[in-house]
Design a protein around this ligand. Structure first.
Ligand code: SF4
Ligand code: SF4
Length: 232
């Protein structure tokens, strides 16, 4: 039987849903995809896998309730893209901004519901969905562990990067964190990143870009992988 997959956006820029739709040609013969964009979406249906995109505005009671109902009705919940996974650039939102001037306090969806896998990327590459589906419907590959650990982390920021990687001596001075920061909150000082604290919006981008941070996450959050057919 083909797994039933729902694509549901709670408040992003639509880049991640577009990525999922772009990967449709490579997955359409193996899954049944449901989405508002495809006109076959019902939040009360049961799904095997739900891909949630966008971060959740915790002041939006209606959307928070839909997200909770979706969690109850789904086997595996995936936060797809940086906003859903770690907050991303929607952490800039302070209210009073278009297109949703009444909305503020955007959070990764793990602040509201239990998430099984969080896949950062702005947006993630379309090819990754094919691999994820293969792993969730068959034998789980070891790389799923890092996505499960990101899902458990709840918050990642420049402060965590300094604590976990730089101050613990793991930093190799590659500069990937500085280049990825959308607010210019990181600068290299004596070949190591330093944080301009008032500029950090806690979007998590630097942490997930750091090549040394994944080993910290895997140690901090030992996980049990969940797939559609069995626990491993
Ligand atoms: S330092 Fe920059 S990339 Fe890292 S969490 Fe802060 S704003 Fe985001
Ligand atoms: S990305 Fe990680 S390893 Fe590279 S400079 Fe930043 S903290 Fe150091």
């Amino acid at each position: 039987m083909k797994p039933k997959i729902l694509l549901f956006d709670v408040g992003g820029c639509e880049g991640c849903p577009m990525t999922v739709l772009r990967s449709l040609p490579s997955i359409k013969d193996r899954v049944e995809l449901y989405a508002k964009q495809l006109g076959n979406f019902d939040p009360e249906d049961k799904y095997d896998i739900v891909l949630v995109t966008g971060s959740i505005c915790i002041n939006d009671e209606h959307m928070v309730n839909i997200l909770k109902r979706i969690r109850e009705n789904t086997e595996i919940l995936v936060a797809f893209g940086s906003c859903a996974a770690v907050g991303g650039v929607t952490r800039f939102c302070r209210g009073g901004q278009e297109p949703r001037p009444e909305h503020r306090v955007f959070q990764p969806i793990s602040s509201v519901v239990e998430v099984d896998y969080a896949i950062p990327g702005c947006p993630p590459a379309p090819q990754i969905l094919n691999t994820i589906i293969n792993n969730l419907t068959g034998r789980a590959g070891p790389f799923l562990r890092i996505f499960a650990a990101v899902a458990k982390s709840k918050k990642l920021s420049g402060f965590d990067l300094l604590d976990d990687v730089v101050l613990s001596g793991l930093c190799i001075g590659c500069g990937a964190c500085v280049l990825s920061c959308p607010t210019g909150a990181l600068q290299m000082i004596e070949k190591k990143p330093d944080l301009i604290v008032e500029k950090c919006i806690r979007c998590g981008t630097c942490y997930v870009r750091c090549p040394r941070a994944s080993q910290v996450l895997l140690k901090k959050y030992p996980v049990q992988l969940k797939v559609l057919v069995k626990e491993v």
